[in-house]
Design a binder for this molecule. Structure first.
Ligand code: SF4
Length: 469
């Protein structure tokens, strides 16, 4: 059969992102495109099973819906798999209608709102990790994890347990030069050494999407075989591990570091992990070439952390950043405003903590109760949801949560203040961060990157100066 896989058009960061949002490009003006692992693994699965596959990542390619519809008409697929998200849902439905072929929705939003997708006109919606379930979906016959007009989905698609048995992502079908994580230097290739996370933060979409027992690890040797192939094909400057949290299993991360050292790839790597890491693990990571480390703190209010619940101690976070600095590892921390229990005072505390943490870069988001998460259910039950249209569920734009003593407007104000304070901070106290962003923009895009970032910087500076009057 012929299958078309799509990351549909629109100004969004969707497939490959854990927090789909509109591309506000608020932080550093960087054109961030995560590698869409779900689509890439699904493409390789279908190909390995003997099907003809075409892929379009319309966001990475900047392709409008008319051009996509034309490509679909030319290819004449039997079925289209489309990754959807909450903020882009309306637009995704329009794209599905423009395509005019049987379309199956996939991803975290399709998992949480499978019935709504079918009611909107999708031929089906897969609940759960879809990349290895696509072949079984081609006939659109009833499956417990496939919602259609005639059958609701009651389960998640079976989780692939042995990740090393899965064919490598079909990189050749994707515009590999477009994918980057802003923390990486120059051109990077992205790889997964694990999937899922054993923690259960109530705002996180991971567990609702993957299902129970979602945390799975790969063999470090298999991971390094894949890296060797990526290096051979794409000659990157850096490797990026896009694991949900690479550092949670001590044995795994130490084994991976040992294998990376043994292979001598001669490339640095960056990764996303837990906010607190043992000193000897960080030492092993640094020795294996770790150049930058990202982690989520979310809040500096212990009561908020308890409510989420996020199992970190703020003193340990400070120590992790200190250890990273000492070992020459750059750090990037993420914070969220508007989580349950937050007040204006505790939000101010979070801003002060974030600035004093002295990470190299930061990210501030607005708490968004994506459907399917525990936070969504809690917000509905407590009457905290002030908007119900999925288009408004955008952690880079506005709050759909409003608490009796802490309104959506308060949350948006604290979020905007955090960005302004951070941008003023790097301008006056951490100019090295600016240099890092300009150097990265030049490495990726040449002079055009410098101009784009320069324009963005000038706009931000004007906004900050106006707000300080
Ligand atoms: S630690 Fe991170 S990845 Fe794990 S559940 Fe919490 S937010 Fe999600």
């Amino acid at each position: 059969m012929k299958a078309f896989l799509i990351n549909p058009p629109g100004p969004y960061c969707r497939a490959g992102s854990r927090w789909p949002h509109r591309r506000a490009i608020r932080s550093v003006g960087i054109d961030y495109h995560p590698f869409p692992f779900g689509l890439a693994y699904a493409a390789s699965r279908l190909r390995a099973d003997g099907h003809t596959v075409s892929v379009l990542d319309c966001i990475a390619l900047g392709m409008p819906v008319e051009a996509l519809a034309e490509k679909v008409r030319e290819f004449k697929p039997d079925i289209v798999f489309m990754e959807t998200s909450a903020p882009s849902f309306r637009r995704d439905v329009e794209t599905m209608r423009a395509i005019g072929r049987p379309c199956v929705a996939v991803g975290a939003h399709a998992t949480a709102t499978a019935r709504e997708h079918v009611q909107a006109g999708f031929a089906g919606a897969i609940r759960g990790e879809y990349d290895q379930a696509v072949t079984e979906t081609l006939d659109l016959l009833p499956r417990p994890w496939l919602a259609t007009k005639t059958s609701p989905a009651t389960e998640h698609a079976p989780l692939p347990v042995r990740l090393d048995d899965i064919p490598w992502p079909a990189w050749d079908l994707f515009p590999m030069e477009k994918y980057n994580d802003p923390i990486c230097r120059g051109r990077s290739v992205t790889v997964l050494s694990s999937r899922g996370c054993p923690h259960r933060c109530d705002f996180c979409t991971l567990a609702p999407y993957h299902g129970e027992h979602d945390y799975r690890l790969r063999d470090p040797k298999a991971v390094c075989d894949e890296i060797a192939e990526l290096i051979r094909r794409y000659h990157p400057d850096e490797i990026y591990f896009d694991d949900d949290s690479i550092s949670l299993n001590r044995k795994h991360v130490l084994g991976l570091c040992e294998e990376l050292r043994r292979r001598r790839f001669g490339l640095p790597f960056s990764c996303m992990g837990h906010a607190t890491v043992a000193h000897d693990v960080l030492e092993a990571m640094a020795a294996a070439g770790c150049r930058a480390y990202k982690f989520g703190v979310e809040s500096a209010d212990p009561d908020v952390l308890r409510q989420i619940p996020k199992a970190i101690e703020l003193d340990d976070v400070v120590r992790t950043v200190h250890d990273c600095r000492r070992l020459g590892i750059r750090t990037h921390a993420t914070f969220v405003f508007g989580l349950p229990g937050e007040t204006r005072e505790s939000a101010m505390k979070t801003i002060e903590f974030a600035l004093h943490l002295r990470t190299h870069t930061l990210q501030f988001a607005i708490a968004t109760p994506y459907p399917g998460t525990a936070l969504y259910e809690r917000a509905r039950n407590k009457g905290w949801l002030v908007k119900e249209d999925w288009s408004d569920f955008d952690p880079a734009a506005e709050s759909v949560l409003s608490y009796p003593d802490y309104s959506a407007a308060d949350i948006a104000e604290m979020h905007a203040l955090a960005w302004r304070r951070w941008q003023w901070h790097i301008l006056t106290r951490q100019p090295g961060t600016l240099f890092h962003h300009f150097r990265n923009a030049y490495r990726r895009e040449g002079a055009a990157g410098l101009v784009r970032l320069g324009r963005y910087g000038a706009q931000r500076l004007l906004a900050i100066l106006r707000s300080r009057r």
